[in-house]
Design a protein around this ligand. Structure first.
Ligand SMILES: NC(=O)c1ccc[n+]([C@@H]2O[C@H](COP(=O)([O-])OP(=O)(O)OC[C@H]3O[C@@H](n4cnc5c(N)ncnc54)[C@H](O)[C@@H]3O)[C@@H](O)[C@H]2O)c1
Length: 370
């Protein structure tokens, strides 16, 4: 009789037992590929909730103590973004087999890159749980766009209420990165209203923002985020509109449905999608287990997440500088000197400047790649 192959089961620990950490804990418990053994959180209440949900796990008030006392095959880094780099680097000192790092990889692009580079240096499998990369409806959408079902993609409009650029916007921008096949972005411009001094997930965030970017081939994204964004479709809190040369596709963030309008569906057809039983976190973690089994890390998801973080940071940098175009790659960008010029005010006729009616030729596009 042929031996029966049983897939290995990996032990796992979660750092940060909030909303993101609960997504990982539930996924680890539901998956036959993992055994959740420990959780660390700085808050006693979060540790108590984790013990109630998963009796038998060990809990710790610091990741350092947990790593010393209970090393595991897999660690899920689910704290707030500013601590992702430190926790990841501490986890990498363990005899780890794989790692999940929550989005955003860090609170800034440079640290996010360090997260990916340090995991890569260890050749460890890694996932970043961007749900739209694994959810059934959004996978179908990606496939339809790649198959040209709305022609060439030209514009992605995103409306997202109750959230901000760095916390939810990064999921949406990550999907833009996937839709464009990680095409390089020329520049990002953004405007943010910060009047309410709102913070979320340990980050200062905007009240209302518009982020604009376009890729080297000219695919645009326009994303409206903020606490009270009014969404064009009643009852939705998120709306994506993908505009192509031969059709449009609308969808509603996490909701398992989309509407396609093209020559085959000239009146628009709503596709309702069965989301399946596994959560998006479980799908990512099961992918991680497969990568560990194969001993072949695949950094596509991590690199895409990093590209999305670069867009987020460029957007915030643009906001801080009064809405200037921030060219990418970000580490080659140097902000221009502040200009004493107020568009929309009458021109006095003196004081310098240039006559916009007499431009010799079309100026270089910001960020144009030569
Ligand atoms: N992928 C997703 O769909 C998804 C969903 C929710 C949250 N997240 C991400 O998860 C991360 C956490 O966000 P959240 O919504 O869970 O926040 P949260 O406030 O619900 O929970 C964060 C938890 O981390 C703990 N914590 C913070 N710093 C810590 C540290 N140094 N060591 C141990 N514990 C620490 C806090 O006490 C808290 O319990 C963020 O990066 C967020 O973007 C991702």
């Amino acid at each position: 009789m042929a031996p029966v192959y049983t897939a290995p089961v990996y032990t796992a620990a979660v750092v940060g037992a909030g909303r993101g950490g609960k997504g990982s804990m539930a996924a680890l418990s539901a998956s036959p590929r993992f055994r959740l053994v420990a959780v660390a959180d700085i808050q006693a209440e979060a540790r108590a909730t984790a013990r109630e949900l998963y009796p038998g796990i060990r809990t710790y008030d610091s990741h350092a103590e947990m790593f010393a006392d209970c090393p595991t095959d897999v660690v899920c880094v689910s704290t707030w973004p500013p601590s992702h780099l430190d926790v990841t680097q501490a986890a990498l000192d363990l005899p780890l087999r794989g790692i999940l790092v929550e989005k955003p990889l860090a609170d800034n692009f440079s640290d996010g890159r360090k997260v990916v580079e340090s995991v890569r240096a260890r050749k460890l499998p890694m996932v970043v749980p961007h749900g739209l990369l694994v959810a059934e409806h959004s996978r179908q959408i990606l496939e339809r766009i790649r198959n040209g079902e709305i022609g060439q993609l030209k514009l992605v409009e995103i409306q997202s209420g109750g959230w901000d650029i760095i916390n939810a916007g990064i999921h949406w921008l990550n999907f833009f990165v996937a839709l464009t096949g990680r095409e390089p972005v020329d520049y990002v411009m953004a405007a943010c209203d910060v009047s309410t001094r709102t913070y979320r997930d340990n980050m200062q965030v905007e009240t209302l923002a518009v982020t604009y970017a376009h890729t080297a081939s000219g695919i645009r994204v326009v994303m409206n985020t903020g606490d009270y964004v009014s969404i064009s479709e009643p009852g939705e809190d998120t709306l994506f509109r993908l505009i192509g040369t031969r059709g449009t596709l609308d969808f509603y963030g996490w909701a398992p449905r989309y509407r396609l309008l093209n020559a085959d569906h000239p009146h628009g057809r709503l596709f309702e999608v069965d989301p399946g039983a596994a959560t998006n976190h479980q799908r990512h973690l099961d992918n991680l287990a497969t990568d560990i089994d194969r001993g072949q890390p695949d950094y596509t998801v991590a690199e895409g997440s990093l590209a999305a973080l670069e867009l987020c940071e460029a957007a915030y940098l643009s906001c801080r500088q009064g809405g200037i175009p921030v060219t990418l790659p970000l580490d080659k960008f140097s902000p221009p000197a502040p200009a004493d010029w107020q568009p929309g005010l009458p021109y006095s006729g003196h004081g310098g400047g240039r006559n916009g009616r007499r431009l010799a030729r079309r100026p270089e596009q910001p960020g144009r790649r030569n």
